[in-house]
Ligand binder design. Structure first.
Ligand code: ATP
Ligand code: MG
Ligand code: MG
Ligand code: MG
Length: 474
């Protein structure tokens, strides 16, 4: 492929380096500076304190390729994986930033230059959105770039609450915020979905590729917007979505990197159809699981560890659907390392640990997966009103280690749903009667010898990145 994902990463960084940006390394998936945030879900996370003015950097322009996870907390795309062409749990976000330096004019001009000048995307297939009151961005697109008015869409506060719009970004209820402009690619009329802002905008025809955020206000506790003295730019573009366009395919799952993972997963599971949804989910989940472990998370029953466990068990259930009855998931780590190890040296460094942690979790879930699946199938066959009873959802959770979202996804595949209220009631009852926990999934801890090996790496914070010589390269 002329535009491999590797080439796109380096094209992007080179382009912004050429525009005076300092290239910074990806931060880990576990944010080191924000205890309120479960995972790094966008490129700006590691710069949060810079935007808040609490931290100063030696540069005012930065660019990077940030590994992101959207599988819990404010951003959760777990339930879109396998259902849309464009969502992953783990993905890579290409970003460029201005910390009080350049603003809308340069950000918009450079985005367009990179997309249409360097990568030669046909301009007539690009659409842009602006926040409905942002006449400045509108004028730049129309007059400076020359986008015809019918392809510039104003997006309002159409979701009820003030500023609850895809095109108005805010870090929190107070603090830095501002309008966004987003760039979309039209994959063609043969694909279902309407343009942004239309009732069927959630389809996969018009795919959002790049979001440019213009932080220009400081929202006060009383809601008023005070202009920031030095406005900032924060952008994010999905590498996999861009790769799909540049590789002339529609779905992210058809790009080079995913196809290699899918082919290996197909081999391990004896699956002939490479478009099988389960293969796509498995390919997505091996990336999320591996990088979570690289960044110091282990499967457990709470917090980040439980998100990891849920992702792994979803993948294993898909393996089961494809007929696999032996541990297979961890065997994909080698392929992943071959594909992404150069961009993320932490991955090959932790490969052995990642494989062993995954294998241990596979062995643990194997004790209950098969029986749980049989119980679910029985229950689903008998269920009335399209609802899996709460007591059964609870039994699957408590005795068979099926996280609720896993059971809900299984129900969804049959056009059914789970009785969440009934589940909560059963949960509450169990809390009251048997305080003694620890029954989940046949035990909570990994083999002690594995934990001993994993814990010292713990959280890979910025210190560790710097100790590894990955510091900022100007
Ligand atoms: P969408 O509306 O398609 O869900 P988003 O508006 O939630 O995307 P942003 O928060 O604006 O996404 O993130 C910036 C960019 O990151 C997006 O324009 C997109 O290219 C990419 N991106 C976002 N979420 C995902 C995901 N789950 N998987 C892959 N790429 C993503
Ligand atoms: Mg989204
Ligand atoms: Mg969006
Ligand atoms: Mg967006």
């Amino acid at each position: 492929t002329p535009y491999s994902t590797a080439r796109i990463r380096s094209d992007f960084l080179e382009f912004f380096q050429g525009k005076g940006h300092t290239i910074v390394p990806s931060a880990p998936l576990v944010p080191g500076n924000d205890p309120t945030l479960l995972f790094t879900n966008s490129g700006m996370v590691q710069f949060k304190d810079v935007f808040l003015g609490a931290e100063k950097r030696s540069y005012v322009r930065a660019a990077d390729v940030q590994r992101c996870l959207r599988a819990g907390g404010k951003h959760n795309d777990l339930d879109s994986v396998g259902y849309t062409a464009r969502h992953h749990t783990f993905f890579e976000m290409l970003g460029n930033w201005s910390f009080g330096d350049y603003f809308k004019k340069d950000a918009i001009a450079w985005a367009w230059e990179l997309l249409t000048g360097v990568w030669k995307l046909p301009a007539e297939r690009l659409l842009v959105t602006v926040y409905h009151t942002d006449d400045e961005a509108y004028a730049l697109w129309r007059d400076m770039v020359g986008v015809p008015e019918e392809r510039i869409i104003r997006i309002g506060d159409n979701k009820g609450a003030p500023f609850a719009s895809d095109n108005f970004w805010q870090m929190a209820d107070t603090g830095p915020c501002g309008p966004c402009t987003e760039i979309f690619f039209d994959h063609g009329a043969h694909i279902a979905g309407g343009p942004p802002g239309s009732p069927d905008e959630d389809g996969d025809r018009f795919i959002e590729i790049w979001n440019l955020v213009f932080m220009q206000f400081d929202r006060q506790p009383d809601g008023t917007l005070v202009p920031l003295p030095a406005p900032c730019v924060d952008t994010g573009m999905g590498l996999e979505r861009l790769a799909a366009i540049l590789q002339h395919v529609h779905s992210n799952y058809e790009i080079d990197l995913f196809q290699a993972l899918i082919r290996h997963a197909a081999e391990l599971t004896g699956t002939a159809d490479l478009e099988n949804k389960s293969l796509r989910v498995i390919a997505d989940h091996i990336r999320a699981s591996s990088f979570l472990i690289v960044d110091g998370v282990l499967p457990s029953n709470e917090g980040r560890g439980y998100v990891l466990r849920r992702i792994i068990r979803r993948a294993l259930r898909h393996g089961w659907m494809l007929g696999v009855r032996q541990p297979f998931f961890h065997q994909l780590v080698g392929t992943l390392t071959g594909l992404m190890g150069e961009a993320y040296p932490e991955l090959p460094a932790a490969r052995d640990l990642v494989e062993r942690a995954l294998k241990a979790e596979e062995e643990r879930f194997a004790e209950t997966l098969d029986s749980g699946m049989r119980i679910f199938n029985d229950v689903a066959a008998r269920a009335t009103g399209g609802l899996i009873p709460g007591a059964d959802v609870f039994r699957l959770y408590d005795t068979y280690g099926f996280p609720v979202d896993l059971t809900a996804d299984m129900a969804r595949e049959r056009g059914m749903s789970v009785d969440m209220q009934g589940f909560e009631a059963a949960m509450e009852q169990q809390r009251e009667t048997a305080r003694a926990a620890g029954k989940f999934g046949g035990g909570t801890s990994l083999p002690a010898e594995l934990v001993a090996q994993l814990v010292p790496t713990g959280f890979l914070g910025y210190d560790r990145l710097e100790a590894d010589g990955l510091q900022v390269v100007a």
